[in-house]
Design a protein around this ligand. Structure first.
Ligand code: IVH
Length: 724
C-alpha cells in the first residue's frame, strides 16, 4: 500500500483529471461507478487522516455550512453587459435590428480604429447566470454573481459544488478572474422540475430561472444536488499578460481547465458574421442547453480598448438575439393587472402551450389600443411569441379560426368602469393609450410597489414576491414599502398565505429569512435604494448615475447638479448662449456632463449624465408630499444609504481628454480608462491639440513625441495615479 499522503495526492489528481475529461473535453474515460469509487476512497482516507485534508480537495466541494445570507463583493474589474441587435429587422430601428444593425455595429467599430483589419469571434450566448471566479495563486478564492456589475453576491461555497469549476489551477498567474456563465442543461432542468413537482413544490419556469434559483440557496449541500454547469468566455482582473485575442483567451482558458464553448467562428466581414450567426441558429438546438443568441466580439483585445465602452456595455461586442419563437394557442380570457402607478395592463389568459423551454399560460396585451389594432377577441386562436427574458406577447390573431360569436373587446365595459382590484373608478389617460386606477390606496398598486421595492437589483428581499407581497398588503402588515422595516417575527411567521378555509402560514423559517434580508438592505448603497423607490423616470441605470454623483438621498433631493441640468435645458431653449455655456462648463467640471465630441463644440453642447426629463421627475418627486414623507421615514428609521460620489470639488480629469500610451504597471490600460471615465474624463486614442494629458508609461512611442510637439502635458504613471 502506498503511504496515505501519496495515495491521497494520486486520487485527487485522478478525480480532477476525470472532471476535466468530462467537463472540458466532454470525453469521460471512466464510468460513474468507477468515479464514485475513487471519490469514496479519497473521502475515507481523508477521514482517517484529517491533517491531510486540503481546502481544494474535491471532497471539499460541499464543505461550506449553510449561510444566513451572501456577503457582497466588489468586482476588481466591472462585469459588463451587452447591447443587443435583434434579428428581426425593424426599419424604424436600423441600428439595433437585423443585418443593418450588424453593419452599423461593424462600421462604427471600423470608424473608431480606422485602417485596422477587423476580426470577429462569434460565440453562443448561453442563457444562464453570469459569474466571476477569482483565483489567487491558483486557488479558487471567490465566486460572485454579476449583481449590479460593480458589486455582486459572494456565492463561493455554492460555486465550489459545481464540478465543472476547477478548485485549483496549477498553471494560472498569481491573480486571475474568469468570467463565464453557470447554467443548467435541458435534461438537468427537467430532472429538477420533476423532483420539485414530486415534492409538492412549484417547478421553475425555465432552465435559466432554475440555475439562478439553485444558486441562490443558502445551503451549499442543497446546491450540490442541482445539475449545474459552467462555461468560461472571458477574463476579469489578471496579473500578467492578457492573451492577444478572444480566440487565444478561450484556448488558454481551456488549457487551464475551464469548459469553453465548442462551437465558435472566426469572421472577417459582415457577410461572414451573418453566415456564422445563421449557422449557430441551425445547430444550437443540439447543444442540450438554452441559448438565446450569438455574441459577436472583436477578436483583437488591444483594439477593444481603443473602441471603448459606453454606460455599462462594451462598444466592441454585441449580442445578436435570435427571432422569437412563436406558438399557436387559444385566448381563454382577458384579465387586467394593476401596475405600481395604477396603469391597467390587459393580460391574455391562454391555453397553456410549450414554447422554447417553458410553459406559457399568460401573455401581455400591452394596452387597449394594441388590442383594437390587432382586433384581439376572447375565444380567438392567437400566435404568441417569446424573445429571451421578455414577457411573452400576443403577436396576431388567426382570423380563420375565429369563433362566430366573438365580440370586439371593450376595455371599460369589460371592467364595468371600475378598477378590478379596488373598485375605484378608472380613467383613460389623455396622453397615453392607457387606463389608470387613480386610487393611491389601491391594494394592487401597493402590492406592485412592494414587489418592485423587493426585486433583484432593487433591495433584493428574497421571498417578498407574488403571494407574500399580496398577503402582506391584504392583511394590513404593509401599506407602503418602507413598512417592511416595521415587520416583526411573530405576525410575519403567522401570515396566512392561503384562505380562511385552507390556511397556509408563511412560517418562522421563511419569516426569519425575510427579516434578515430586510436588515441587510439597510446598508445597501444609494443606487439600489434610488432604484427601489420607483421614482418616475429613474430606472436602474439612472439610479446608478445619480448615486455616483451624490452622497445620500438628501443630496439628491436638493441636488444642484439636477437643477443645473434643468437650467441648462432652459437656457439652451431660450438661446441664452453665455448662460448655457456657464452652466454646461459647471456640469462638465463637476463630472456630471461630458464635453461633446462634435466639431466646434462649446460647453453648452455638453452631454449630461442624467437628462432633463429624469432630473425634473426626480426633483419633483422629492419635493412632493409622498417624496417628503419617504425622506422623513428614512430619517426615522435611521437608514442612510450612501452614494459613491466619484467627483468631489471638480476632479482634475473631469471633462478632460486623456491619451494613455505605453504600459502601465499597476493596472491594465482598460482599467485605467474605466477609472478616468469614472471621474468624468474622456480617454481617446490619438493625440491632438484637444488632448489635455498624455499618460506615458514605459515603451511610449509616437504618441509621446506628438504630445511633446503639441505642448500637451505629459504625466508619468505615478503622477497619473496621484491625480486620479
Ligand atoms: S461576454 C463584455 N460572452 O450575456 C462582455 N456574455 O448580455 C460581457 N452571456 O452578462 C459578456 N454567453 O451573462 C459574453 N459568450 C458570452 C456569453 C455571455 C452568455 C451573457 C452574460 C452577460 C450577458 C450580456
Amino acid at each position: 500500500m502506498p503511504a496515505p499522503k501519496s495515495r491521497i495526492a494520486h486520487l485527487r489528481h485522478e478525480i480532477e483529471d476525470h472532471d476535466r475529461r468530462y467537463y472540458v473535453e466532454a470525453r469521460p474515460s471512466v464510468s460513474d461507478a468507477e468515479y464514485d469509487a475513487l471519490f469514496r476512497e479519497l473521502r475515507e482516507l481523508e477521514a482517517a487522516h484529517p491533517d491531510l485534508v486540503a481546502p481544494d480537495s474535491p471532497t471539499q466541494r460541499v464543505g461550506g455550512k449553510p449561510s444566513t445570507g451572501f456577503k457582497q463583493v466588489r468586482h476588481a474589474a466591472p462585469m459588463l453587459s451587452l447591447d443587443n441587435i435583434f434579428a428581426k429587422e425593424d426599419p424604424k430601428k436600423p441600428t439595433t435590428t437585423g443585418i443593418s444593425g450588424l453593419r452599423h455595429f461593424a462600421h462604427s467599430v471600423h470608424e473608431s480604429v480606422p485602417g485596422e483589419p477587423l476580426e470577429w469571434l462569434v460565440e453562443p450566448k448561453v442563457d444562464g447566470v453570469a459569474m466571476s471566479l477569482r483565483y489567487e495563486r491558483g486557488a479558487f478564492t471567490t465566486g460572485a454573481t454579476r449583481g449590479d456589475g460593480e458589486t455582486g453576491d459572494d456565492i463561493t461555497a455554492n460555486l465550489k459544488t459545481i464540478r465543472a469549476i476547477p478548485l485549483h489551477l496549477p498553471k494560472a498567474p498569481a491573480i486571475l478572474e474568469v468570467r463565464g456563465e453557470v447554467f443548467m442543461t435541458a435534461e438537468g432542468f427537467r430532472r429538477v422540475c420533476d423532483e420539485l413537482v414530486a415534492a409538492g413544490d412549484e417547478p421553475f419556469a425555465n432552465a435559466r430561472n432554475s440555475a439562478a434559483g439553485s444558486l441562490k440557496q443558502l445551503d451549499p449541500a442543497a446546491v450540490a444536488k442541482r445539475p449545474l454547469h459552467f462555461i468560461a468566455y472571458g477574463l476579469g482582473e489578471i496579473d500578467g499578460d492578457t492573451p492577444a485575442t478572444q480566440s487565444d483567451t478561450l484556448e488558454w482558458l481551456k488549457s487551464l481547465g475551464f469548459p469553453t464553448h465548442r462551437w465558435t467562428k472566426l469572421c472577417h466581414s459582415t457577410d461572414e458574421l451573418m453566415a456564422a450567426i445563421e449557422e449557430l441558429d441551425r445547430v444550437r438546438d443540439s447543444f442540450g442547453f438554452e441559448t438565446d443568441g450569438a455574441v459577436i466580439k472583436l477578436n483583437n483585445v488591444a483594439l477593444r480598448e481603443r473602441v471603448g465602452y459606453h454606460s455599462r456595455a462594451p462598444k466592441w461586442a454585441k449580442a445578436w438575439k435570435y427571432v422569437a419563437e412563436q406558438a399557436e394557442t387559444k385566448l381563454r380570457d382577458i384579465t387586467v393587472q394593476v401596475g405600481r402607478t395604477g396603469v391597467l395592463t390587459p393580460v391574455a389568459e391562454l391555453e397553456p402551450v410549450f414554447l422554447r423551454g417553458s410553459t406559457i399560460s399568460r401573455a401581455t396585451l400591452h394596452n387597449e389600443d394594441e388590442i383594437m389594432r390587432k382586433d384581439i377577441r376572447v375565444g380567438d386562436t392567437v400566435i404568441i411569441e417569446k424573445a429571451g427574458e421578455v414577457i411573452p406577447a400576443v403577436v396576431r390573431v388567426v382570423i380563420e379560426k375565429r369563433p362566430p360569436h366573438a365580440e370586439p373587446f371593450d376595455f371599460a365595459a369589460h371592467l364595468g368602469g371600475k378598477c378590478p382590484a379596488c373598485g375605484h373608478a378608472i380613467r383613460r389617460h389623455p396622453e397615453f393609450a392607457v387606463w389608470v386606477c387613480e386610487n393611491p390606496a389601491c391594494p394592487a398598486q401597493k402590492t406592485r410597489r412592494l414587489e418592485y421595492f423587493a426585486k433583484r437589483g432593487a433591495l433584493d428581499l428574497e421571498g417578498l414576491g407574488g403571494i407574500v407581497a399580496d398577503k402582506l398588503v391584504e392583511r394590513g402588515l404593509v401599506s407602503e414599502p418602507l413598512d417592511v422595516f416595521d415587520l416583526t417575527l411573530d405576525p410575519l411567521a403567522a401570515l396566512n398565505l392561503g384562505t380562511d378555509d385552507e390556511p397556509r402560514v408563511f412560517g418562522e423559517k421563511n419569516a426569519r429569512k425575510l427579516l434578515e434580508a430586510v436588515e441587510r438592505a439597510r446598508t445597501l448603497p444609494l443606487a439600489r435604494w434610488l432604484h427601489a423607490l420607483a421614482i418616475p423616470e429613474i430606472g436602474e441605470e439612472t439610479a446608478h448615475d445619480l448615486a455616483a454623483h451624490h452622497d445620500d438621498l438628501d443630496s439628491v433631493a436638493s441636488s444642484e447638479l439636477l437643477r443645473d441640468v434643468l437650467a441648462l435645458d432652459r437656457a439652451r431653449e431660450a438661446k441664452e448662449k453665455d448662460e448655457a455655456d456657464a452652466i454646461g462648463q459647471r456640469l462638465i467640471d463637476a463630472g456630471f456632463a461630458k464635453s461633446s465630441i462634435k466639431a466646434k463644440a462649446t460647453p453648452r453642447d455638453a452631454v449630461v449624465v442624467v437628462g432633463p426629463v429624469a432630473a425634473c421627475a426626480a426633483l419633483d418627486w422629492f419635493a412632493s408630499k409622498p417624496g417628503r414623507d419617504v425622506l422623513q421615514r428614512f430619517h426615522q428609521l435611521g437608514i442612510e444609504p450612501k452614494g459613491r460620489p466619484r467627483v468631489k470639488g471638480g476632479h482634475p480629469f473631469a471633462g478632460k481628454t486623456l491619451v494613455l500610451t505605453g504600459t502601465l504597471e499597476r493596472m491594465s490600460r482598460g482599467e485605467a480608462q474605466e477609472l478616468v471615465r469614472a471621474v468624468g474624463g474622456n480617454v481617446s486614442s490619438g493625440v491632438s491639440k484637444k488632448t489635455d494629458f498624455v499618460v506615458a508609461g514605459p515603451g511610449a512611442g509616437s504618441k509621446l513625441a506628438d504630445a511633446q510637439k503639441l505642448g500637451v502635458r505629459v504625466l508619468n504613471e505615478v503622477e497619473f495615479f496621484e491625480m486620479l
